[in-house]
Structures are given as C-alpha cells and as structure tokens.
Design a protein around this ligand. Structure first.
Ligand SMILES: [Ca+2]
Ligand SMILES: [Ca+2]
Length: 203
C-alpha cells in the first residue's frame, strides 16, 4: 500500500490520473471484477454494492439456500467468470429466474471441507460467493444463454503445477482452470456421466 501510494504520487505529478485503491469503491463493481482472473477473488472480504446481473437459478432446499446470477454483458477476459452465487442462509431467497438484480454483499470464498480438514489444508478449491447480501429486483430479462460444454472444449491437461491459488487461470490449457473460469455460469452438458447427486435448483 505504501509503495503504491508513492508510485501514484509520482505518476500524478507527471499528469497521469491515478485512482488509488481506496477510491475504487465509487466505481461500479461487476461480477467479473468479483471473480477476478484467479481462483480467489481479488475483492475477498470486501463489501461490494449494486453488482448487476440476471438470476439464472434459485436453490430453496438444503443447507445452503441462495441464488445464482450472471452478468449479461461479459468483459473480454475468458479467465473471469461472469456468474456468482448469493448465499442466503436465513431463508430461501425471494427471487425468480429472469429477475434483473443489483446485489450488495461481502465477498467470500467457501471451502467444502471434509472431517478433520480446514480451509487451509483441504485440497478442495474454494467457491466465490456473496454473503450477508441484500438486493433489489429492478425488472426482468432473458437469462444469458447456456454455454455448451463438450469433450472437445475441455483441455486434456488437468491442472498446472505449483501453488494453484497463486496462479492466474489458463482456461485454454487446463481443465481445472476451464471450469473455474465458468464458476456459477449458465452452462449445458449433454450425455454426461454423473458421479454425484445433482443439486436441485428452480429453473
Ligand atoms: Ca469474463
Ligand atoms: Ca471464483
């Protein structure tokens, strides 16, 4: 932080407009900003406001009710997912598929851990979500079309070597990165083998 402020000051003296991190809150945050180009959100732990999108699915059952929403205006970066989950632990959310929403909440990374595991020790990757959320519904819109996932679209190599959370995604090279870059997005698969009980969502 200290060095970036010094750098910002030097650039500003040269006539370059620099927006310091602390003033970024005024800028609109979209889902791809929350997801970022890696496995862990660059906004982890921060409160975001008015993130826009269209509801693509609602989960009313189980221990993790909530809803998914997706930005109909993706950025040009294939690494950043355009979908996000909103966790509503207190009650099933009163939204419907196709609702246009603006969601505020705290950016969190959820780790599904097994017995004796901690988020720091589990091999499972985290899932980005908004918690402590509130939202407003401003209208309805078509749900972004599902992207077909086929055997040919998924890279053969599974994952890069090294500390995965420290690496930017490379969805054209690695299957794990391919799926992470589509986290929470509307996709379709055909004739896929199922190896676990599917989640029930309202669609
Ligand atoms: Ca993107
Ligand atoms: Ca993510």
């Amino acid at each position: 932080m200290g060095s970036s402020k010094v750098l910002a000051g030097a650039l500003a003296a040269c006539g370059v407009l620099v927006v310091l991190p602390g003033s970024a809150a005024a800028a609109e945050v979209r889902i791809h900003d929350v997801q970022g180009a890696g496995r862990v959100s660059p906004l982890l732990g921060q409160r975001v406001s008015g993130v826009p999108g269209v509801v693509t699915g609602v989960r009313t059952e189980g221990t993790a009710p909530g809803f998914w929403f997706q930005d109909p205006e993706p950025d040009g970066d294939p690494r950043t997912s355009e979908g996000l989950f909103v966790y509503t632990p207190d009650a099933p959310p009163r939204v419907a598929v196709g609702d246009v929403v603006a969601v505020s909440g705290t950016v969190a990374e959820y780790y599904a851990v097994g017995d004796g595991e901690q988020p720091e020790t589990t091999p499972n990757q985290s899932v980005t979500e908004l918690s402590g959320a509130n939202w407003e519904v401003t209208g309805t819109a078509p749900v972004p079309a599902a992207e077909p996932i086929t055997p040919d679209s998924v890279p053969d190599a599974y994952a890069p070597d090294g500390e995965l959370d420290a690496l930017p995604l490379d969805p054209a090279r690695f299957a794990l990165d391919y799926y992470e870059s589509r986290e929470h997005m509307n996709v379709s698969v055909t004739d896929a083998r199922v190896v676990a009980r599917p989640m029930r969502t309202a669609r």
